[in-house]
Write a protein that binds this ligand. Structure first.
Ligand code: FAD
Length: 393
């Protein structure tokens, strides 16, 4: 084959096993989740009886443990497989936005970087579903800019003493331990001055102050840490490495935002196209109006762009490459375009778009919040622009 006609090894097809996985999860979502999507949750938590039923179904399909490496008894899926699962699960609002518990434990990627002794105490019980965790990074005066963090961890002999406030901490009320990020040397900021710790939530001096009502179902907590003694062996990695650990977790989290957005856009297309064909105004179906057609065409193109971005990032991650810029782009583009897709879908549905009978208003609220959590879009663009200026400037 001559070079001009050869694909040169480039291949955009999903491997057969990933296509089968996608079909399995899609059927599960269509049969088990979409029919109950408005009644499955109590606030941001799945109803216990719903969780038990869905977990049993997921076990039958061999999906439980998809997010856990093989050496710890899980399915050991790579990121390409996981983004496929995340995208499919996000076609419904049935599950809380982090859907780990139906498919096995929700394990923070940071935990796989613990030392052996810490893994025995925290990782393994978390995988067995005995311990819950929360990630405590954000503070009242340090959200998008963790370098200005005020919570301090001061070494005193064989332990650290932690003082400070954390805000917007999801799941703190159920957590047995927090992965807490604190300043060990404020003069160094995020480069070498921040460390990560495992803090037992029952430690003297840890106080849950209040949960925050939000436009989304999540009710994250404000937590005070007052002279909390944490054994030095509970530090994750080296002193000063904390920002790096959080970044690793956030990289995968950002790809997950992109994957989630794929599912949301696809469902909004299904809902929008279906309604546009059936709803007649001024004697014609909405589907025949160019204004409506263009909304659907734009969301469809954005979905295609996003798929390419997310699978490219996931594939590079599985190959062991640095995916920081790909992760930024997947989150920026995914969160923004999925919010637009939900907004267009709402517009096409008119008043019904606002109705809580349909999932659209929840997609709309959730995707708006995604543009802020785990790194606001503007801050990610600022970091991405630094990369552009270094590369092209
Ligand atoms: C539902 C929910 C759940 C959350 N769960 C957790 C959790 O479990 N653990 C945790 O640690 N945190 C959690 N957070 C916190 C979340 O990650 C932060 O809210 C987010 O990082 C933004 O921080 P901030 O709210 O302090 O905004 P700020 O950093 O104060 O920024 C405010 C706004 O200013 C703009 N902005 C800021 N800096 C710049 C800049 N340099 N250039 C241009 N524009 C800028 C952005 O538009 C940004 O949205 C959660 C938040 C929510 C809403």
């Amino acid at each position: 084959m001559d070079a001009a006609s050869s694909a040169g090894g480039l291949n955009f097809e999903l491997p057969e096993e990933i296509r089968m996985l996608k079909d399995t999860v899609r059927r599960f979502v269509d049969r088990e989740l979409i029919p109950i999507e408005r009644n499955a949750r109590d606030g941001h938590k799945l109803k216990p009886e719903v969780r038990a039923h869905l977990t049993a179904k997921a076990r039958e399909l061999g999906l439980v443990g998809y997010d856990v490496p093989r050496e710890y008894g899980g399915l050991g899926m790579g990121l390409v497989a996981k983004v496929t699962v995340w995208a499919e699960l996000s076609r419904t609002i049935a599950l809380p936005s982090r859907a780990g518990d139906v498919f096995g434990p929700n394990v923070s990627p940071i935990l796989y970087h613990l030392n052996e002794e810490q893994k025995q105490r925290y990782l393994l019980p978390t995988i067995r579903g005995e311990l819950n965790w929360c990630l405590a990074q954000t503070e009242p005066d340090a959200g998008g800019d963790p370098g200005s963090m005020r919570t301090t961890a001061v070494r005193q002999g064989d332990h650290y003493v932690i003082n400070g406030m954390k805000r917007f901490i999801t799941g703190a009320d159920d957590a047995h331990y927090a992965q807490l990020i604190a300043a060990t040397d404020r003069s160094k900021g995020s480069h070498g001055g921040i460390s990560a710790f495992i803090v037992d939530m029952k430690s003297p001096g840890v106080r849950l102050l209040r949960s925050q009502e939000l436009v989304v179902d999540d009710r994250p907590w404000e937590i005070a840490f007052e002279d909390v003694k944490v054994p030095a062996e509970n530090r994750i990695g080296e002193e000063g490495d904390g920002f790096g650990h959080a970044q690793h977790w956030l990289n995968v989290g950002r790809i997950r935002h992109g994957a989630r957005s794929m599912g949301v856009i696809e469902r909004c297309l299904e809902l929008g196209a279906g309604y546009a064909k059936q709803r007649v105004t001024f004697g014609k179906p909405l589907a025949e109006r160019q204004a409506v057609q263009w909304m659907l065409a734009d969301s469809f193109m954005e979905l295609h762009q996003l798929r390419l971005m997310v699978y490219d990032a996931a594939w590079k991650y599985d190959e062991g490459r640095d995916i920081r810029t790909e992760a930024y782009m997947a989150k920026i583009f995914g969160d923004t375009q999925s919010f637009h897709a939900a907004d267009r879908c709402m517009e096409i549905h008119g008043g019904m778009g606002l109705a809580t009978d349909l999932p659209i208003e929840k997609f709309w609220r959730d995707q708006r919040s995604m543009m802020i959590t785990e790194g606001p879009i503007e801050i990610l663009k600022m970091t991405l622009a630094r990369h552009v200026l270094r590369t092209y400037g």
